[in-house]
Design a protein around this ligand. Structure first.
Ligand code: SAM
Length: 179
């Protein structure tokens, strides 16, 4: 199992970024996202997209961010520009994930030092400042070694058919082989 925890959210200002943490977690192979309890708008958008474009994927909210980290029965990865280089630790993390559920923590504003201490790995996707969505994307792609790109969405209401040009969207259960 892979769960993504969005640690911190400023309503209004962070709505779009928190929504994109959830959508990116879903699209790139995580099983669920846990959002702070003040991120209800983001939760609703992610749940709505999951209803239309399929799962399995779960979106949850918690008022106990620290307890979610502390009580996690598995390994904790905290994504931070100050961490160890992803290319140096990715194989260890993959190895651990073979047996243990993984909690991937991404910050918003400042993340308290307790999270750095509670993490099994503090992981940097470059030691340059960028964004939680970018960090999460590269991390999940390295974790799954690209397999997430071929994921199926069995219960989708809608499905996008890849096109060289233009847009094609069909019902989830519609045949696409021309029959
Ligand atoms: N300045 C904040 C701090 O010192 O905690 C970080 C703000 S940053 C906009 C928000 C989140 O993006 C971070 O908590 C981290 O999860 C993620 N992030 C930003 N740059 C990253 C990097 N180079 N590698 C991994 N994660 C990164």
């Amino acid at each position: 199992e892979v769960a993504v925890l969005r640690y911190g959210h400023r309503p209004g200002r962070d709505d779009r970024m928190t929504t994109h943490v959830g959508l990116t977690a879903r699209a790139l192979g995580a099983d669920r996202v846990i959002l702070p309890d003040n991120a209800t708008q983001a939760r609703e958008t992610v749940a709505d997209i999951t209803d239309r474009f399929g799962g399995p994927f779960t979106v949850e909210q918690t008022d106990e961010l620290d307890a979610t980290v502390d009580r996690w029965a598995g390994a904790v990865v905290h994504l931070t520009m100050y961490g160890e280089r992803i290319q140096d630790v990715e194989s260890e993390v993959r190895e651990r994930h073979r047996s243990d559920p993984l909690l991937v923590v991404v910050g918003g504003e400042k993340v308290p030092f307790e999270v750095y201490e509670a993490a099994d790995w503090n992981v940097a996707v470059t030691n340059q400042p960028h964004s939680e969505v970018a960090g999460l994307s590269v991390f999940l792609d390295r974790l799954f070694e690209g397999r997430e790109l071929a994921q199926e969405w069995p219960d989708a209401e809608r499905r996008v058919l890849p096109q060289a040009n233009g847009k094609r969207v069909v019902d989830g259960d519609e045949a696409t082989d021309g029959s």
